[in-house]
Design a protein around this ligand. Structure first.
Ligand code: ADP
Ligand code: ZN
Length: 726
């Protein structure tokens, strides 16, 4: 037999099948060691076949079999994923294996277990051996270490030497749950709520639909989690398996505990806090079928499960579902391929679906399921808008409006908890006049400009135009221009001064570093060890803290003015999500939203929880301005350490793409080459060609033309609708 092998070298030149003579034990899906160009490398057996196109004397044999890591489904998906994202199959295959496993860095932890051989005779005079044999018979087996400790090492080895017992190596799982503090069968064992009629209808709609993709649009607190868990439990009961995807940050202590209590060790939870060994063990539990639910962030979509009965993707609008390294896949797209392969449903859930997904539902491609009310008809929190321009004019230079201070005092006096949210993304910021609310925008593109401190100028990320930094507001002449806002540290400091008695926790990139950093903070806040939580994006998502009755959004418009066509959408999502943290239990919640632009319609939609209104407005705008989903923004980036070489490669890319452009200029809304707005990252120069096209069918040619220009020193990659253009 001949084995068709893909070698684990992620270069396009070797991205094809190599043939080897199969040895015993080689099957499709095996990881093997093979000779390759004078070295020995890992490879994956894609297929076995009779005979070969190569002359027999040139065919080398497989050296050894490592394991059978890949499922038949993986073998079939690799090709389609590589084709879709234009990347070598070896690179795609790596997604299906834990990185730690590929490098051989971790091995299964094993222990020796001793089993009695039935009917063996152990003479009574060998007292210790006889006792050990009886012990084994009674229990059916015991770890060698335990046996040696109880009866002595010589008794244990004597028993084995005599043939009365045999030793087997068994895999031991490392337990990744100690840190979570949740054990199967805890206090809420079983943990399931009786479903409300609305939840029951949602489950039935998802299961009964003829469409593969279900979009579950449910307001915050509508009980989506319970719908997911029910769907998963039902898939398990039908003898199938399940994948549950969440943004990393949503793997909160509550969520983990709920899963453990409900599904015990049947769930394998893959999160970034796990050690390499733990990840490896969880992965094998899934591969062997011992665990039947894979829970995790983006990469868990590649979990090695077979016979999947349901895939759930929670908070589907979340940016973390898009991979920023090759292959630049979208989790929902891969999940959909898996759902189609397995003949099961993919449920996308959110309180604020992405405009793209909601449009697909509107057009009938997805089945739309709505949960428009909170559980027990609890009201959504009431939102007050605080006009920060007035505060500034009144001489209030603090980050807190009078309205927010009033609510905070009330909240603290009742012994409740509050969350203060700051809008911070990346380092680049827009410039805003704190007296009139003016925002600096690009004259051609009508998106806000981004301040670049290293060059002290303002740049448009969509056309590359640079503008001089402003010293005064061109509208009102005011000089209180803000382009950095205040950080969480500054806010927490100011807050502590205002309320010396309050216990304040801070959650941002600084305080959450390290393994389980964010879990630690969330756990403390959930245990009411603090009264106020100050944080960035991280506090917005998915948490369910019953004592929180106040949410303050300190700078609601900061993300509105992000230099990105998704600014409106992100702002609407963020406000809705953060507001949704308030008043989830008995007491009604409140939200104070601070803004320099109180008339802004996006804020108005958010304040009224009007998703449909927001969507109608936004989709019309995208259509009028020809932004996605009505066009595709394509960026081809060339990066490398030597600027001259990068520039040269980019020129080649440009010439290759110019041919495509010249053949059909009408399909390009924008086409230009430029230095990237952030010229250097980590010592690599970045040059780009930016395009906005109206026809997706141009994409394969664009990929092909661009990727052919890669050189040894310059990396070239293509991004579709990139999350950021900096
Ligand atoms: P969402 O994910 O839609 O924001 P959750 O699933 O977190 O909402 O549910 C909100 C709250 O309602 C949680 O505290 C949850 O325990 C509770 N809940 C969910 N379903 C039910 C139910 N059927 N009966 C009672 N309480 C429920
Ligand atoms: Zn511009």
């Amino acid at each position: 037999m001949t084995a068709e092998v893909i070698v684990d070298i992620a270069r396009s030149e070797v991205d094809r099948i190599f043939e080897y003579t199969a040895i015993d034990g080689v099957r499709a899906g095996c990881r093997v060691r093979v000779p390759f160009g004078g070295r020995t490398v890992d490879g994956y057996v894609m297929r076995l076949k009779e005979g070969s196109d190569c002359p027999a004397d040139r065919l080398k044999p497989v050296l050894s079999v490592v394991d059978e890591a890949l499922t038949p489904e993986c073998l079939s998906l690799v090709h389609s994923i590589s084709a879709r994202y234009h990347c070598p199959q070896a690179l795609t295959l790596r997604l299906f294996l834990p990185a730690e496993m590929r490098r051989g860095a971790v091995r299964a932890r094993t222990r020796n277990v001793v089993y009695p051989v039935e009917g063996a005779s152990v003479p009574a005079r060998a007292k210790a051996q006889a006792a050990a044999y009886a012990y084994l018979l009674e229990r059916g087996g015991a770890p060698l270490a335990e046996l040696s400790e109880k009866f002595g090492r010589t008794a244990a080895s004597g028993l084995i030497a005599r043939g009365a017992a045999k030793v087997e190596k068994e895999r031991v799982g490392r337990s990744p749950y100690a840190a979570v503090g949740a054990q199967p069968g805890g206090a809420l064992s079983g943990g399931a709520h009786e479903l409300t009629p609305a939840q029951r209808a949602a489950v039935a709609a998802a299961e009964g639909s003829a469409k593969t993709v279900q979009l579950l649009h449910g307001v915050t607190g509508s009980g989506k989690t319970e719908v997911y868990l029910t769907l998963i439990a039902r898939a398990l009961a039908a003898g199938r398996t399940a994948v549950f995807l969440v943004p990393e940050i949503s793997l909160t202590p509550q969520m983990l505990r709920q899963l453990r209590e409900r599904f015990g060790t049947k769930a394998a939870i893959l999160h970034s806090g796990l050690s390499a060994g733990e990840k490896f063990d969880e992965w094998w539990r899934l591969r062997t079928g011992e665990a039947r639910i894979a829970v995790g962030a983006r990469s868990a979509v590649f979990a090695p499960l077979e016979n999947i009965g349901i895939i759930v993707l929670d908070e589907e609008h979340d940016g973390s579902y898009r991979s920023e390294t090759a292959p630049r896949y979208e989790t929902a797209a891969v999940a959909r391929m898996r759902a189609e392969y397995n003949g099961c449903k993919l449920v996308l859930g959110s309180a604020t679906p992405s405009v793209e997904s909601y449009r697909r539902a509107q057009e009938g491609e997805y089945n739309l399921i709505e949960l428009p009310e909170r559980i027990n008809r609890r009201p959504l929190p009431e939102v007050t808008i605080a006009d920060m321009r007035r505060e500034v004019r009144r001489g209030n230079d603090s980050p807190f409006s009078a309205a927010l201070r009033g609510e905070l005092e009330d909240c603290l006096a009742r012994g409740n908890q509050a969350i203060l949210f700051l809008n911070r993304r990346g380092y680049a910021q827009s410039v805003i006049c704190r007296e009139c609310g003016y925002v600096a925008k690009c004259e051609q593109c009508d998106v806000s400009l981004t301040y670049h401190s290293e060059e002290n100028c303002l740049k448009c990320h969509y056309c590359g135009a640079a503008y001089k930094m402003l010293t005064a507001c061109p509208e009102c002449g005011g000089t209180r221009l803000s382009y950095a806002g205040s950080g969480t540290q500054k806010v927490a400091g100011a807050l502590q001064k205002l309320y010396p008695q309050a216990r304040i926790l801070r959650m941002d990139a600084d305080t959450t570093a390290g393994k389980e950093g964010h879990l630690r903070i969330l756990r403390r806040f959930a245990a009411h060890e603090a009264d106020i939580l100050v944080g960035t994006q991280m506090v917005a998502k998915g948490h369910d803290f019953p004592s929180v009755t106040l949410v303050g959004i300190l700078d609601a418009d900061m993300s509105l003015h992000f230099s990105d066509y998704r600014s409106n959408e992100r702002t609407f999502q963020l406000i809705t999500q953060v507001a949704g943290r308030s008043g989830r239990a008995e007491e009604a919640g409140k939200v104070v939203l601070q803004t320099y632009d109180p008339g802004n319609y996006i804020l108005r939609f958010a304040v009224n929880y009007d998703y449909a209104g927001f969507y109608r407005h936004e989709i019309a705008l995208r259509q009028a301005t020809a932004f996605p989903p009505f066009a595709v923004i394509v960026r081809v980036m060339a990066t490398g350490e030597e600027e001259a070489k990068v520039a040269e490669t980019l020129k080649a890319v440009y010439l290759a793409l110019k041919k495509i452009y010249d053949a059909d200029p009408g399909k390009f809304l924008f086409f230009n080459k430029m230095k990237s707005p952030v010229k250097r990252i980590q010592n690599k120069f970045r040059y780009q060609v930016l395009m906005r096209i109206t026809d997706r069918s141009l994409l394969p040619a664009i990929y092909e033309g661009a990727l052919a220009c890669r050189t040894r020193d310059v990396l070239v990659y293509v991004e579709e609708d990139p999350a950021s253009l900096s």
